[in-house]
Design a protein around this ligand. Structure first.
Ligand code: SF4
Length: 809
């Protein structure tokens, strides 16, 4: 396998020299050393503003999701430091260690300075500086040639989360204007796809504010570590525990910081969380703890389902409404056998099988119970490696009082993730945990006003040919057939921006194979990465403090991001780069004149208008609080944002986000179930060769591969390591601190091992976010499986089996 040994800046950093060089030396050598304070300041605006610095508002907006607004301190035109920026809500007046290092990121040693074209082999690291005009002309000429020869879909675009603002996402609009192909990295699609059809809100959090945690008696943290994975939320959990007496239950195969605060820790076998949830449901039902009144009033439990096709019996089926009319509601049955519409029968039955006008039907709850009945605590205990008594205890806790069940991304990284979310949410319905302060079952993010991503309408302008969307993990599975559903896979050019593809996606080696057919690979980024090193043309994007925009990813605020300094060297904003490309492609009719026109369009929607949220106001006020307080409760009004207005443990129709010719068992997908992960399962014959489950966790020092070369953060951890239980190491003659090789049929990766008794035997955990050249050899992303499931094409990072051995370095 060939690997990049240099950076495109000419100051080569080989694997070993990188590891051996101290972070302090890197600071001294870098431009950043003369421009930054020796220590980051954490102070409020008044104190910092009293210095000679000009203080501008900026937001940390790269993939973390917290989206903290901060002070950007500028002296003599240079950004010298960042600090916490005061908001009206003290809970949002926060910044983490990473956010305090932005000055080092702006003046990073590996910052890209000017457009370059490759002169050696792909990945060899040989470059030649070119002008912006040459770069843009080369790209646009190739796009036109490819569109002429292969059709516009043969030009591909791929955007990541390196800068989540509408201006940086402007390339999606160009993609649509060109009628090109948009590759979606499909990261956490299971998480985003699961909640809306079941509980009716995006990210599962539309109705459950973090402040509501204080009303919970028990707080479940299931499959994530908010201390690192949702760091601006963790204090809500701790406050609920310390000040309000909530008990914290953590279900996680690893001993995380959150786990260290738990009253009850359940170190479950990875990939078995759905089985645990179904067994908890089994206990609730069999011990008479199911909240039947709630099931009748808030869920689809009384709906009658037709045996023939799995669809709900509707009033039109019995001649009482016109098919498809608004009044064509689901039919429910009263105790006395009379029929009526859902919500209009006072005490509907939720159990039973009936023949209604010759149509065989069964209640949706009966169907759920059929699935739940097979999951006895004893059976689940074997699979999950959780004692039967603990399963019973969890079931009793989850229905005792008003409880908050918080579900994280760890569960969506396994191929059975969709069914796992469905199982947990359905179990919470049986426990009655919705609709009252303190008891929401929801996803880890709040996801309120999110203006980070390019709004759909803006990404697809009227009159444009429109993009063709491919989900990349599914794409990697279709490479032999060159068909994605009924569409041809024929990508001849690829433009990647705000994304380190090799550092964050599954199927690393497969991606390199895919790129062999790509005639032009363009990568725009702020700094050198393993992906820019593979490009044919590299474009230097500016840091987001060097351009103006608004953001508001995961707070209740919309924040102004001022331009704090001029773009360094020849770098340009993504918006300006795309503007040049719009022009060269003669597609200006779809472009925005400037940032003001774009941002005015972003705020031109009914939600913004209702709260008088305008771009002018954002600029003038610096930050706008969009609503308060933050203690809303999902379903408190007795209705949910689903098609039935109820919590839907039963799915009448299965929304598909990808059609690549897969076969779907609709009856299976309509209800919760558990089946093993496709690869990472002990009974998989592959486990004999590769017995360990490979997983990763969010680092304190990185967000994806952002911050991965920040000198201050490298002082804490200067090389990658993998945490493994000593039992697994000792069985292989590996000592703590040894270099080991992780490997499977897809790839290999050499790095140090750290013994960790908090990791379950049989699995390994790496701090997510290192880039390729930081390893002694190989790369951990190359190990990752790229299986996809029929319903959602997701990146299943944890569905990977490996073996480890001692390495000689
Ligand atoms: S990395 Fe996340 S938590 Fe840290 S400052 Fe940036 S947005 Fe906030």
């Amino acid at each position: 396998m060939k690997h990049v040994e240099g950076t495109i800046l000419g100051a080569a950093i080989g694997r070993r020299s990188f590891l051996k060089g101290s972070a302090a030396a890197v600071i001294a050598a870098g431009l950043g050393s003369s421009l930054c304070e020796s220590q980051p300041a954490v102070a409020d605006e008044k104190k910092t503003g009293a210095s000679e610095d000009i203080v501008k508002p900026g937001t940390c907006r790269g993939g973390c999701g917290a989206g903290c607004q901060m002070n950007v301190h500028v002296r003599d035109g240079k950004i010298v430091k960042t600090s916490r920026r005061k908001q009206s809500d003290p809970d949002v007046t926060r910044v983490c260690n990473k956010g305090l290092t932005h000055a080092l990121r702006v003046y990073a040693e590996d910052r890209l300075k000017y457009p370059m074209k490759r002169v050696g082999e792909r990945g060899e690291g040989k470059w030649e500086q070119i002008s912006w005009d040459e770069a843009i002309t080369t790209i646009s000429d190739k796009w036109k040639e490819v569109a002429e020869k292969h059709g516009p879909r043969a030009n591909g675009f791929l955007c990541g989360s390196g800068n989540i603002t509408p201006d940086s996402q402007h390339g999606k609009r160009l993609c649509s204007a060109m009628g090109a192909t948009l590759l979606d990295a499909a990261q956490d699609r299971v998480f985003y796809a699961s909640f809306p059809p079941i509980v009716g809100s995006f990210k599962g959090a539309g109705g459950g504010g973090r402040n509501d945690l204080k009303n919970a008696k028990h707080i479940f943290i299931w499959g994530f570590n908010p201390s690192e994975g949702d760091s601006q939320t963790f204090h809500y959990f701790l406050r609920a525990k310390v000040e309000h007496g909530a008990k914290m239950i953590v279900i996680d195969p690893t001993f995380t910081i959150a786990a260290s605060k738990a009253d009850l820790l359940v170190p479950i076998h990875p990939g078995t969380d759905g089985a645990l949830a179904l067994a908890m449901a089994n206990v609730l039902v069999n011990e008479g703890l199911a909240k039947e009144d709630f099931l009748k009033s808030d869920t689809v439990a009384p709906c009658l389902v037709k045996e023939a096709d799995g669809k709900y019996l509707r009033l039109s089926d019995i001649g009482k409404a016109t098919v498809g009319a608004p009044e064509d509601k689901c039919v429910v049955r009263a105790e006395d056998g009379s029929l009526g519409a859902l919500g209009e029968v006072a005490n509907p039955v939720i159990r039973g099988t009936f023949a209604i006008e010759g149509i065989e039907v069964r209640t949706a709850y009966d169907l759920l119970l059929e699935r739940v009945s097979e999951w006895t605590p004893e059976k689940a205990s074997e699979i999950c490696d959780v004692p039967v008594e603990t399963i019973r205890e969890l079931a009793h806790l989850v229905q005792d009082g008003h409880n908050s069940v918080n579900i994280g991304l760890g569960l969506d990284h396994v191929t059975n993730g969709m069914a796992t979310f469905s199982s947990i949410l359905s179990m919470c319905m049986i426990a009655g945990q919705y609709g009252h302060p303190g008891n929401t079952a929801k996803g880890m993010f709040r996801g309120e006003i999110s203006i980070g991503w390019m709004p759909y309408g803006l990404a697809n302008p009227k009159g444009a040919p429109g993009s063709q969307v491919f989900y990349s993990p599914a794409l990697l599975n279709c490479m032999e057939s060159k068909k994605y559903g009924d569409k041809d896979i024929n990508i001849k050019t690829l433009y990647i921006w705000d994304h380190n593809l090799f550092g964050t996606q599954v199927g690393g080696v497969r991606w390199r194979k895919f790129l062999e057919d790509v005639e032009l690979l363009v990568v725009a980024d702020v700094v050198s990465t393993s992906t820019t090193n593979y490009a044919d043309i590299v474009l230097p994007a500016c840091h987001y403090f060097e351009t103006e925009t608004a953001s508001g990813d995961d707070t209740r605020y919309v924040f102004h991001n001022a331009k704090s300094a001029e773009p360094l060297y020849e770098s340009k904003s993504d918006f300006d780069i795309f503007k040049m490309l719009f022009e060269k492609m003669d597609l200006q009719e779809y472009d925005f004149k400037d940032i003001d026109e774009l941002m005015n369009a972003v705020f031109d929607n009914p939600t913004a208008k209702k709260i008088n949220l305008t771009w002018d106001r954002v600029k003038e006020e610096g930050s706008v609080l969009t609503f308060e307080p933050d203690d809303r409760v999902m379903g408190q009004e007795g209705t949910y944002g689903t098609p039935t207005g109820r919590l839907q443990f039963y799915q009448e129709s299965i929304p598909l986000d990808t059609d690549y010719g897969q076969t779907i068992d609709f009856m299976k997908e309509r209800l919760p179930y558990w089946e093993p992960p496709m690869e990472a399962w002990k009974e998989n014959p592959l486990a004999e060769k590769y017995p360990l489950v490979f997983t990763s966790e969010r680092s304190k020092y990185k967000v994806h591969t952002q911050y991965t070369r920040v000198p201050w953060l490298l002082e804490f951890e200067d090389e990658p390591y993998v945490a493994v239980n000593p039992v697994d190491c000792e069985a292989r003659g590996i000592a703590d601190g040894d270099y080991i090789r992780m490997f499977n049929d897809r790839g290999t990766c050499t790095l140090r091992v750290r013994f960790n008794n908090g990791i379950r035997p049989g699995m390994v955990v790496i701090d997510h976010g290192w880039d390729l050249d930081q390893f002694v050899d190989g790369f951990y992303c190359d190990l990752l499986g790229y299986n996809v499931t029929p319903v959602v094409a997701n990146s299943y990072y944890f569905d990977t089996l490996i073996e480890i051995e001692k390495a000689t370095v």
